[in-house]
Every structure is written in C-alpha cells, then in structure tokens.
Design a protein around this ligand. Structure first.
Ligand code: SF4
Length: 654
C-alpha cells in the first residue's frame, strides 16, 4: 500500500494521465528496492509499463541521494523505449536529466552507414578495424573529437547542447554527431560523465573490461549505481555465451587461403588441423556432440602446429592484426580468420576446465569444435551483488529460486515480487492437445503424421496469423513433411530468415503462418508487432522444448549435481529451461493489455511435472483435450464470442 505522500510524489514524474493495472504498485516496489539497497527479482507481465515505472522510481530515489541508474536491455527496441520514457519524464518534471545510451561501438560507428559490410563482420574484427583507424589517425570522426579527457571545442559545444536539450533517442543522437563530423560512440563516452541514466546492453555490466571503461567515463563507482536488468530471464544464457564459442572447419579453410595470400607460412599447420578435426568427427553421428577434455583440445592444436599453445595463440593473433591492417589498406572487409582461430584458442586456454565443456560436432557434413561455459554465475555473481541496488525484471522471471541460485545472488539481499498477470481468459485461450507428444522414446512416423494432421486443422481454424514453434529444425522438418499444403503464405525459418522479413510478410498477409524453432531467433527477444500491437492471432507450440539430451547436456547435469545437488540439477538443467522456452514462445502472442489470441501446446507432458511449475495464470487457464474436435470447438467459440472487433487480423498499411 503506497502512502498518499508517495503517490503525490510519483505524480510529479509519471508522464501519463492513467496508470496501467498494477503499475503504481510496481513503482512502489522498485522505489523500495532502490531506497533499501536490495536485490529485487520482479516478475511482471509484458504490457504493464515496466521501463517507465523503474525510471520514475529512480527519479524518486534521486531526490534523496546522488546516484546514477544503469538500465540494461537486450534489444534496440527496448533501448528506444527507455529514452522515450525518460524524455517524457523530463518534459513532465522539468528536472535536469542527463541520459547516456551505449550501444556497441560498431552500432554507433559513423562508418557503418556508409559501409554496411562493416555491420556484418565479427565484432572483434570490427574493433581491430576501429583501433587501426584511430592509431593511424585515419578516422576523421575520431580526430575531430580531441580526446575523451580533453574534447575539442566542437565536441564540447555539442555535448553541452545535447545535455541541455534533454534525453533523446539514440538515432537522433547518432545523426547529430555524424552531421557535426564527430564519432557518435566517442561522443557518448563524453556525455556519460556524471550522467544520471545510462542505458546499454548487458555487456556494459557483465564484460569486465567494457564495464571498467564505462565506470571510469561515468566517474561513479558501482556501489553508487542502481542497476536495472530488463528481460532478465535472458541473463543466465547471456552470461554463459560470454565465455562460450565455436569454430567450424570453414574458418580453418579460409585461414589456409589467408595464410597463402599473406605469406604467413601456416597453411600446412592449418591443413593438419582440418585433417585432425575430420578424424575426430568422422565416426560421430550428425549433430551429436562428442565431449573432449581441455587437454585433448590443446594437444590437438599443439600437435598440428608443433608448438606450445601460448606460442600458437600469440602467432595467430599477431597475424590477425597484420592481415586486418593490410585489408583496410586494400579497402576490403577487415576480417582475419587466423586472428579468429587465435581468439578462439585464447578463450579455451583461459577457460576453467571445471566449469567448461569442450566438444566437437558434425552437422550437415561440417565439423565444428567448441567450448561451452556450464556456470552462468561465473561471469556475473560478483558484479550483480555489487551495485547499490539491483532490479531484475521480466515477464517470465517466475522461478525466483532458480535465478537466485544459478546467478549466485546474495540471498540476504534478495527480495522477490510477482505482479499478477494482466492477461485473463478474455485475452487468450490456452489449450493443450493431450493426444500427442514429441517425447524422444515415442517419436515415430505415425506420431509425426498424427501431429501434422491435427496441426493443420488448428492452423485452418485460427483466423489470422499463426506462429508454430517446434523443438528443433529436425522435428520441424519431420512434421512439416506430413502437413501438406496449408493454403496460406508460409514462412519456414532457416538460418537466413530475418525478423524484419517476417514482419513484412505479416504486414502484407492477413492470413499466414510462421514455422520456427522454439528458443531460436524468432521465438525470443523479438516483437512481432505493429505500433506496439501484436500481429499474431495464434501461437502453437509443438512438443515440449526440453534441451537436447546429448553429451554436453550430461556434463551440464553433472556440474549442477555437484553444485546444487541431484534434485535441483535436473530442474535447473532441464525443466526450467524448457518452461522458459515455452513461455517465451507463447509470449510472442500478447504484447499489450488488449491483445488477444489462441495458444495451443501440443504435448501431453504439459500436464505432468511441468504443469506444477507453470506460472499461476497458466495453471488457472490451461485446458487440455484429447480430441481435436474439442480444441477446435473452443477456438471457434473464443474467436466468435470473446475476441473483440476489429481483430488484429486486419491488413496494415505502412
Ligand atoms: S572512431 Fe568511431 S567513427 Fe571512427 S571507426 Fe571507430 S567507431 Fe567508427
């Protein structure tokens, strides 16, 4: 219950005339977390207005103390939301607020618009490109800046002007800087000094060197920063990805060519490496990783190069620098495959064998070698406990104990909050088809055919756009083969499918189907929306998206068994990731309080141990049927009597 005094204070900053359901409560929760220096885990549904709520909470906190807010998000869309909301607060309150938005150096590079190919190269290659230009004083946007500590008059003047004119979005900031001939990234570093609000991606907190540079620029210690992590359910995976990597034989082949072209004299060693990789992978089934020890991986490289690992890494990385510099002079993409292999090897060499797994795998006849981090806390636990306060929030942060344990949060500071779902039976019909499953032991042509037939009927029955998510590409193919023609425009996800193409098709077609993989790029972290409103009318999840049970999974399970005990190990490595993936895929459907649609889960196991761990509103609303006719009857009723008009299926024009 908020005091009248606090409500009045909130009104000073809250930029809209009405609060959304539970929004006032959320502001109060966020304010108390900041004020009391706690670590708050907040599960709050999409569409409640989380970004503006934490910004208002920070403005209230700022009245009592000098501190900064660091809001970390994953997508450009979310970054834009923060800058828009902060500007609205600035306009309403009239308070001085300095915003610094940090996208990656590449995203903010003035050259990327002129040379779009730079946007496609590996990030490390881009950094080397930028470093080279700065060192050689060959980037005019950089030389115009002066230095971050002694900016030129031009940079200083623009900085003062931008600070005075209030928070602006990153695109406008970029345009202003480029128009003045100044590097937007370097300008943002200058803007960051004593900034009130810093918005960026997770790397600015998680990756130590990046974080240290940022903190130096802000001039504020982490202990004086309130930190907000948006879409925080992504954090465990993000943290793991920071110290995981894979390299394919294609990179090795390209490195051979590079070595010949630039006379590095390493082609024989690289050919040996390619041969050895073929040897280790020749007898393993496709897409079935084989685990190696760190010693085996290092021995493989040392035997191919006939040198110690440190020497190999040093040589490859040095050649990488040289080749990138030469390519810049040649005016071609500044990438180096030798450098790429050197960086990969460096990651392996520095990794802790206890918390990493090393493997080889072959898929579509292409061999890869990789390293995967098994412990999400290894990169983050120290830093997550360091800020003055921390808020982790998401629409699917339902299992608080999991996030607290797996990220190594300080239990004594953790507080948890579940904001009730704003979506009810009026928004979505949640159904389960209990007559099918994709359980490994029950996979058969007969089962695939049965799934395909029922799936086709559900798709036909749903008016509008439908997204179907499968547990894997392989299963998608097996089932789609039996589906026949859907008589609707259909997009089948492959590695080249881009989100913007999917949205374009959705905007062009009122009735269409997207087939994609749960946990893939089209099921999480994206908005299939138009002006904030969902473009979807139905989401069908075929099977339960459990992680694949392979040798890497076994290693993960064992690691968690040792760390958390047997009971928790299975839950953390299997059940929680499965439910997260399921809810994320289903979450594409509803993005705003008045969105509506149908969710169908096609797997009888949803009623087993998964059911007990589902969020409350799912347990309340989920209805299972064995007969397809029963499901269809429910869908038809929902579409006829519950779904409002005009529906989301109308055609949009851009
Ligand atoms: S200094 Fe700035 S503009 Fe120049 S290459 Fe680097 S990021 Fe791009």
């Amino acid at each position: 219950m908020l005091s009248t005094n606090l409500k009045e204070l909130i009104q000073l900053f809250f930029p809209y005339s009405n609060f959304r359901p539970y929004q006032l409560e959320l502001i109060g929760i966020a304010y108390n977390i900041m004020k009391n220096g706690r670590i708050g885990l907040i599960s709050a549904p999409c569409g409640i207005g989380k970004s503006v709520s934490v910004l208002v909470a920070y403005m209230l906190t700022r009245r009592m103390e000098k501190s900064s807010l660091m809001a970390l998000t994953r997508t450009k869309n979310q970054i834009d939301i923060y800058s828009r909301e902060l500007r609205a607060i600035w306009e309403k309150s009239g308070e001085d607020i300095v915003l610094a938005i940090f996208k990656s150096r590449r995203d903010m590079c003035a050259f990327v618009k002129e040379r779009p190919e730079l946007g496609k190269i590996r990030y490390k290659d881009f950094l080397a490109f930028c470093r080279h230009l700065r060192r050689e004083k060959a980037c005019p946007y950089y030389t115009e800046i002066g230095s971050a500590w002694r900016p030129s008059y031009k940079a200083y003047r623009l900085c003062v002007e931008l600070r005075r004119s209030g928070p602006i979005d990153v695109d406008s900031f970029y345009e202003r800087c480029v128009a003045e001939g100044l590097c937007p990234y370097e300008m943002m570093k200058i803007m960051a000094y004593k900034a009130d609000v810093i918005v960026g991606n997770y790397n600015y907190l998680i990756v130590e060197p990046i974080r240290e540079i940022l903190l130096k620029k802000i001039g504020v210690g982490i202990e004086n920063i309130h930190c907000v992590i948006d879409e925080a359910h992504n954090l465990p995976k993000y943290s793991v990805d920071v110290s995981s990597d894979e390299m394919s034989e294609i990179s090795i082949k390209r490195a051979v060519k590079e070595s010949i072209k630039y006379q590095c004299n390493l082609e024989n060693e690289l050919r040996n490496l390619k041969f050895m990789l073929d040897e280790v992978t020749k007898d393993i089934p496709s897409d079935e990783p084989k685990v190696l020890s760190k010693g085996e991986v290092i021995a493989l490289f040392e035997s191919c190069f006939d040198a110690k690992i440190e020497t190999i890494i040093r040589d490859l990385q040095e050649w990488g620098e040289v080749i990138r510099a030469l390519k810049i002079e040649e005016g071609v993409r500044p990438v180096s495959y030798l450098g790429r292999i050197g960086d990969f090897l460096s990651l392996i060499s520095l990794s802790d064998e206890k918390s990493h797994v090393y493997y080889v795998v072959k898929e579509n006849d292409i061999a890869r070698i990789g390293v995967k981090c098994l412990d999400p806390s290894s990169n983050v636990s120290g830093i997550l406990n360091a800020p003055k306060s921390l808020i982790m929030m998401s629409g699917t942060l339902w299992n608080f104990e999991y996030y607290t344990s797996i990220l190594g949060l300080d239990h004594t500071r953790v507080e948890t909050y579940s904001i009730p779902s704003i979506y009810s039976e009026k928004n979505r019909l949640i159904l389960a088809d209990l007559s099918v499953t994709t359980k490994f032991e029950e996979r058969s042509k007969r089962e695939f055919k049965k799934i395909a037939e029922r799936l086709s009927r559900y798709v036909k029955c749903i008016d509008g756009r439908v997204a179907i998510y499968f547990p894997s590409y392989e299963l998608m193919k097996n089932i789609v083969d039996y589906m026949g023609k859907l008589e609707r425009e259909t997009i089948v996800e492959d590695r080249a499918t881009r989100v913007k193409d999917v949205i374009k098709t959705f905007l062009d077609e009122e009735n269409c189907v997207l087939m994609a993989v749960a946990g893939g790029k089209l099921s999480e972290g994206i908005d299939l929306t138009y002006v904030g409103k969902t473009l979807l009318d139905g989401v069908i999840i075929v099977g339960l998206p459990y992680p694949k049970k392979d040798e890497i999974y076994e290693k993960q399970l064992k690691y968690f068994e040792e760390k958390f005990g047997e009971n928790k190990a299975f839950e953390y490595s299997s059940i929680v990731p499965c439910i997260n993936t399921l809810l994320q895929a289903a979450g594409r459907l509803l993005r705003k309080p008045d969105d509506q649609g149908v969710i169908i889960v096609m797997d009888r196991r949803i009623m087993g141990r998964i059911f007990r761990r589902l969020p409350y509103d799912w347990k309340r609303d989920l209805r299972g049927h064995y007969k397809a006719d029963e499901l269809i009857k429910e869908i038809e009723f929902f579409q006829r009597f519950v779904k409002h008009s005009p529906s989301t299926v109308r055609k949009y024009t851009l």
